[in-house]
Design a protein around this ligand. Structure first.
Ligand SMILES: NC(=O)c1ccc[n+]([C@@H]2O[C@H](COP(=O)([O-])OP(=O)(O)OC[C@H]3O[C@@H](n4cnc5c(N)ncnc54)[C@H](O)[C@@H]3O)[C@@H](O)[C@H]2O)c1
Length: 436
């Protein structure tokens, strides 16, 4: 593999140019990190506005402060493009484009396919191609490799390197970021594995090389399936506690005092974000093509996707107890981000809950200091400016437990509170609070 032998060396000397395709929640932190450790870094994104903002030193991504990114842009270490020609100059190309579900909840790999189509004309010998977008086991080998080979007339593993390396970023996590989260890499050949290990090893503390891209793809899906199934379990515990008149959060916190053999997961209004609600379905889809039903995944999905309807039901019950109907009730939804202290509302259960409440005739407003407005299915909606009018709503429904909310004040001033996150756990006067 003579054309490639110099790649790890070039990487170690920080002379390799890195191109990151897709500059969102995953790609921008990665590109900034590469630029910080000295790689000439080029970002590519199809959104002109995003590219312009990056080149002006402005970051849209919470985990990448503009103050940290701007000097890299000014120094020419990081530059963004909407065209793919820059791929010809890159030694390593890392793909971080979205992998959502289709309307029928099947994997939608079309963003990766479009990115590969655009990369195709610029492939040359000796390059390393890494896929970071989450996908099903086999995708890198079965779809990406043939596309790269067809476009270039070269042979993967001989003329260029290919690897899969799942992203494990946890937006908003202040303890674990790109550097101190172990990176899993799976190369098509041992040489591909060595090249991708050299790349990530230059800015991540620990890199674990697994035997194949398929294994690396499966590692990611195991991690996220583990979360989805455990959350499905505790969501069902919440449904059972609701029938038994018990507080599920108290039960889980008490169980978590066991120092071995138990790991706490918490129930909530449903799954959200780009990973946990989606990734396990990539795995179950793949297994369906092999005539195998991934039962845990499907059961957890059934329970988790039914949680928004359960939240609407307990809101209706809470109003009913207060002698009110949900129809025409004024409902204030607190938090539309899918988790605490972030601005990402993709797949957020709060959005489904808002739709369900409106279908039942409620008048819904929301407040979220992290999400001033959002757009879903062609409709946009804006947050109310503050909680000054809180007392005028029939019920305040806590769907995201942002730390900036003053829960004692909310409980004091709201007529009724439905708390799906146990955010009010420290509030002592609980007469008007209904828990999930
Ligand atoms: N966000 C997370 O927390 C997270 C965590 C782990 C893994 N992932 C995975 O990483 C991948 C990327 O997710 P994300 O959250 O960064 O998505 P994102 O939507 O934030 O960013 C994706 C970017 O890719 C761009 N893009 C789309 N098509 C493109 C194309 N053909 N060429 C160039 N750019 C293109 C979009 O304009 C966007 O800026 C997904 O597979 C996701 O499942 C995400």
């Amino acid at each position: 593999m003579s054309a490639n032998t110099s790649l790890p060396e070039k990487i170690n000397q920080r002379q390799a140019t890195v191109a990151v395709v897709g500059l969102g929640y995953v790609g921008l932190p990665l590109a900034t990190r590469c630029a910080q450790v000295g790689f000439p870094t080029r970002g590519i994104d199809v959104q002109q506005a995003r590219v312009d903002r990056i080149n002006a030193g402005v970051s849209d991504i919470g985990d990448v402060p503009s103050e940290m990114m701007a000097p890299l842009v000014t120094a020419g270490k990081l530059k963004a493009y909407t065209t793919f020609a820059i791929v010809a100059e890159a030694d390593a190309v890392v793909i971080c484009v979205p992998t959502p579900l289709s309307k029928t909840r099947d994997p939608d790999n079309s963003y990766i396919v479009r990115a590969l189509d655009s990369i195709g004309p610029f492939i040359r010998k000796g390059q390393l191609f890494v896929l970071e977008s989450t996908t099903y086991p086999g995708f890198t080998r079965e779809v990406m490799v043939p596309m790269l080979e067809k476009a270039s007339g070269l042979i993967a593993g001989t003329d260029f390197h290919v690897a899969f390396s799942p992203e494990r970023i946890d937006p908003g996590n202040e303890k674990y970021g790109v550097k101190n989260t172990t990176k899993i890499v799976g190369g098509l050949t041992p040489e591909c594995g060595a090249a991708v290990q050299a790349l990530y090893g230059s800015f991540i503390d620990t890199v674990r090389v697994v035997s194949s891209p398929d294994t690396a793809e499966m590692v990611k899906l195991l991690e996220n399936t583990f979360r989805a199934v455990n959350i499905g379990l505790v969501n069902e515990v919440a449904l059972m506690c609701n029938k038994l008149g018990l507080n599920p959060f108290e039960v889980i916190d008490a169980a978590a005092t066991k120092p071995f053999g138990f790991m706490p997961f918490y129930p909530g209004p449903g799954l959200g974000g780009h990973c946990i609600p989606i990734d396990p379905l990539y795995l179950s889809w793949k297994l369906r093509t092999m005539n195998y039903q991934a039962r845990f995944i499907e059961l957890a999905d059934t329970i988790n996707t039914a949680m928004p309807a359960h939240v609407v039901q307990i809101t209706q019950d809470a109003l009913n107890d207060a002698g009110k109907a949900l129809k025409n009730a004024k409902v204030l939804v607190l938090g539309v981000a899918y988790k605490r202290d972030i601005d990402d509302y993709r797949e957020s259960p709060a959005l489904t809950i808002i739709d369900l409440l409106e279908k039942k005739g409620a008048h819904v407003a929301y407040f979220d200091p992290h999400v001033p407005s959002y757009r879903e299915d062609g409709h946009s909606r804006s947050s109310i400016a503050d909680l000054g009018d809180l007392g005028s709503y029939d019920v305040a429904l806590i769907t995201t437990d942002h730390t900036s909310f003053d829960y004692a004040d909310i409980a004091k001033r709201a007529q009724l509170v439905v708390d799906t996150r146990n955010a009010t756990k420290k509030v002592t006067a609980r007469g008007n609070i209904h828990l999930l």
